[in-house]
Design a protein around this ligand. Structure first.
Ligand SMILES: [Fe+2]
Length: 286
């Protein structure tokens, strides 16, 4: 497939009763709809490929913000994404580069690569899911790429010492989110175990920056080899699935099992619509 094809993941048109409830900013009340959503989530996100795409939400951006919030609430508890409590965040090109300065984020740039999980700058508990609702796409680029942690473990099977290194604690730069007086990095492993198996939290630039802070030990040769081996797996197109979300498509991604990234994109030069995705972070309800 090429990068401009529709996303090569399980895609489902939402039942019409669910679709109209969400577009009218009402909760999903039909028990059959709720059951349908729960089953899709379990089969495709908790298990399976770790990603689900729901289709059929064609509307204006403000209405889509409400759809994103409503639908995310049915998947769990929405987590604030910054100190000001943002629940639905616009992911769009704000002219920054990933890792630039002390606070710039991947979500604010147009550059691709750097497969990662969201909230890599945060302590546990991490978002269990993150969602993207596509409002508009760039003319060129902007395809989503995802790689499952099971694929990573399989590909690194022959280098167990590097896998062990990934299970040890690293310094992640906190992107300036730390309260006054706290250190600028936090320590956590890249690979970790939870009640369902092995999970991952990763964004290479935040680790590279984290280990360059004064007073933090630089990465050792072994640590660098572990990150390079992980990046080699993540950058090989054969190890993941890719494609472009289309306007009106809502993706739910398992954020502790699946790494994601995009291809570099370019908004149209003529002042037309910019690429805009709406993002939420969700904790599963126990
Ligand atoms: Fe992300």
């Amino acid at each position: 497939m090429t990068m401009n094809d529709a996303f090569d993941a399980q895609r489902y048109a939402v039942p019409s009763s669910m679709r109209s409830a969400l577009l009218e900013d009402r909760d999903i009340e039909d028990p059959a709809d709720r059951q349908w959503l729960g089953e899709r989530l379990r089969e495709s996100v908790d298990e399976g490929a770790g990603i689900l795409v729901l289709t059929g939400f064609d509307a204006e951006p403000d209405r889509l913000r409400a759809v994103s919030r409503r639908l995310s609430r049915h998947l769990g508890t929405i987590m604030p994404q910054d100190a000001s409590g943002t629940l639905v965040r616009d992911v769009t090109d704000r002219g920054t580069r990933i890792g630039e300065g002390a606070t710039a984020r991947y979500a604010d740039s147009r550059f691709g690569g750097s497969l990662h999980t969201d909230g890599a700058e945060r302590a546990f508990p991490l978002p269990d899911y993150f969602t993207l609702l596509c409002v508009s796409q760039a003319d060129r680029g902007g395809a989503l790429r995802v790689v499952h942690v099971d694929t990573v473990l399989k590909q690194l099977h022959d280098v167990p010492d590097l896998v062990s290194a990934l299970r040890e604690p690293w310094h992640f730069d906190r992107r300036g989110d730390q309260p006054d007086g706290e250190p600028p990095t936090l320590r956590k492993p890249v690979l970790f175990e939870d009640e369902h198996g092995t999970g991952i939290t990763y964004l290479r630039d935040y680790i590279d920056i984290g280990h360059r802070h004064p007073g933090v030990a630089p990465c050792t040769t072994r640590q660098r080899a572990a990150l390079d081996a992980l990046d080699a797996v993540l950058s090989d197109p054969a190890n993941g699935i890719a494609g472009k979300l289309r306007p009106g498509e809502f993706a739910v991604i398992n954020n502790t099992r699946v790494l994601h990234g995009r291809t570099t994109f370019e908004d149209s030069a003529g002042g037309g619509r910019k690429r805009l995705l709406l993002r939420t972070w969700i904790r599963k309800n126990s």
